[in-house]
Ligand binder design. Sequence first.
Ligand code: ADP
Ligand code: MG
Length: 725
Amino acid sequence: MTIARHDAIMAVTNYKPFEKPLDFSKTPSNKLFGANVFSDAVMKKRLPEKVYKAVRKTIDCGAKLDVSVADVVAKAMRDWAIEKGATHYAHVFYPLTGLTAEKHDSFLDPDGKGGMIAAFSGRQLIQGEPDASSFPSGGIRATFEARGYTAWDVTSPAYILENPNGTTLCIPTAFCSWTGEALDKKVPLLRSMQALNAQAQRILALFGNKNPGLINSTAGCEQEYFLIDRNFFFARPDLINAGRTLFGAKPPKGQELEDQYFGAIPERVLACMLEVERELYKLGVPVKTRHNEVAPAQYELAPVFETSNLATDHQYLTMITLQRVAQKYGMTCLLHEKPFAGINGSGKHLNWSLGTSTQNLLSPGKTPHSNAQFLVFCAAVIRAVHKNAVLLRGAVAHAGNDHRLGANEAPPAIISIFLGDQLTDIFEQIARGGAKSTKQPGVLSVGVDTLPPLPKDAGDRNRTSPFAFTGNKFEFRAVGSSQSVAGPLVILNTIVAESLDYIATELESKTKGDKKKLNGAIQEVLQQIMKEHGSIIFNGDNYTETWQQEAAKRGLPNLRNTVDAVAAMDAPQYAELMEKYNVLSEREFKSRNEIYLEKYVKEVSIESKLTFRIAKTMIFPAALDYQAKLVTSSVRLKSMGKDHCTSVLDELNGHMARLQNEMAHLDSAIHHEHKGGGVLDHARHMRDKVLPAMRAVRETCDKLEGIVSDELWPLPTYQEILFIK
Ligand code: ADP
Ligand code: MG
């Protein structure tokens, strides 16, 4: 009998690199950066000055793009791409499920004389018409109006994707329906950035800055991931189909020695990382940091921050590149939030701020004036997060993240803000009406000269908070490793836009254009905000039980799973908020929530069927083989009149009997008839009946792993997957 697991171990231990190593001295990385991007420099060189300026105006100031320039840009883009070996172009878009989607078209068109000419018009650049019927729309679109439109996003540069057999020109696009409704993640992101800009402008105007240029939200996403040998991956149907292990006993050695974090990176892994970075450099993704993470076989990669839109597109490219390059090194990159039970999962810390091209608006300044402005923006975030904790929680809710949030390795499901002691102290003083400072000398009435300089990095870092101020940005740590950052960014931008709108309106009405009244007005508004929303601030350990109790007392929502979180988003105020700032219409918002619930149902459903199948066709038969061995030896011993202890057999029998019951139970939960009921009922059934039944099957199977003879065990174990490299 051959067992895939044994072949996998053999293959891993005999691993040899497939390809010659890269020669970095030939093409240094700085020469590579952006080599495959239709970048600013390329545009400047290849476009007539007038056209270049028009495009720049759209990118820098958010001005409407003049359609007449598109033809010129298209021609330049086509020539550039063909010089780089491209035969096809693709409008890349970002659907609501999965990563990116693309439809490739050849540059070549028949010339009518039996030949072909390279054609790519402005219209083809600006707009594509992929069939949208295979993408989820949550009932927005009937199949008879299946047409979807992709529209060129000028603010995210086109790039060349390489393949050994040719290259493709990729054009980032927004994807919407025939009726103009958003079907993707980019449309609402761009809309939310516009909303944020509009409201932030009003605040800067109050501070006398009438022409700051476009205010963008910025994002830097730290990606955690696992790299495991591909042979193990292919020997595990659960990893192949669900991206996580549905079985696996905790290994004797896990992460308890804490010898992994920042440890030396294994050679094959480092080689893979180097190539990932090189590929990302070519695509203009500014990757910066790499290191081991807490769990064995877990790593992290982080870029320098960019505007939210670009950072999001680059984040997709990062995930795709990690997966693609890992294969070349005989490995698989696992982006799932919890590939291994009992071992730390993966997150994607989303660092977020907002600013002009020259100023980070969440950076405390050196002067009282800029500090007052900083405190206004900071207070806007505090208010936004408190008012809309449900939305932020909802933005990170999906089946994979449910295994991670609150599991003492990631923040709990309760959204709170870590501000650090000093900043908290300042806000508390503001709440008291500008009382004497205890931590720093001086009277804290905002904007007067006695305001102490604010610390750039206040106090120690708190790694347990879901939403932490880290000196000049907020870090949203509840985001899952596999998800797009677009959703969380849309929510952040929109809720902060709403808060800035509120503050600007208050300040405008209190000052009525009189600058001398500004400081007093700010003091009043911030004081009010702290009174109403200060309870969102928590600097302590978010992993403790006492925080759960304290948060409940404060009335902070604790939405422990996807179903509760998405259901809570259904309250009318959230749809109204999204609609008010033209980010998502009520119909778009509701359809999205429905899609996310459907996705939850589908994912759990796939996992449940896999659990059943693996238990029944792989694990139970292995146990049966071992049982037969034990029985045979007992019978033989007995026939020889020897002692025969059956304690192992008895234990095994007990587990096998239980497993059969549990499998039957799971099977009936899977095939439960849903009489009527909407997707929410269906999702609740998955959470309350199917997941517990899966857990029961798993528990018994994991116990069997500790009993059944190792040579008969069919699945690569945690020990093998995580430690054989
Ligand atoms: P860590 O969280 O591990 O301490 P760093 O502080 O080095 O990591 O930075 C984390 C991420 O935050 C990086 O991607 C960095 O570019 C990003 N970042 C820094 N400043 C900003 C900003 N103004 N807006 C958004 N992201 C930022
Ligand atoms: Mg971080």
